[in-house]
Write a new protein. Sequence first.
Length: 207
Amino acid sequence: MEVVIEHLKRDQPLVPVLETTPLRMPRLNDDVYLQLLKAIVEQQLSTKAAATIWGRFRQLFDDYPHPEVVLDHDVEVFRGAGLSYQKAGYIQNIARFAQKDGLSKTHIDSLSDQEALNHLTQIKGVGRWTAEMILMFSLGRPDVFPVDDLIIRNAMIRVYDVTSEKRQFYRDLEAIAERWSPYRSYACFILWDYYEGQVMGRELYGG
């Protein structure tokens, strides 16, 4: 990771963040199919509620939610586990896509980042942000920049004093992130921890 940190230190506004916030690498899980199911279940839920409903969902299956078994279940079964009709539909969409071998690690590993994002977002219910999280946290792709992530945007506004708006705002964020390439994912890991610890922590506890 020394190579990554030294590269990111070339971006001067980021240096104070790097000095206070260590790079923590996520624990990867390359089961893209399972991670997509989990992402759909957890959407728009608190951490506690998400864990509860994900646990109920997993209990519907003997060992693993294989695509054919998911598709054999009636939507009402998923409703009973706490999923909305919409989420139940998205879960089945993912299972159908997986049946076509569209979610195998071998196939996705053969794709560039942009190709992988395009591939995953074909699935109704899987947006760009979700696909980016899969690339970063499941597959360990090092150069993904989730510009739509609220915490990343807020952190960058704070660190880089970004004041632009609308389309120019996004162009400015993309330009800043280009300085981090080919390690944009790692910069984002640091910014998430920085914002949640250094900024939100002080706001919550009056520091």
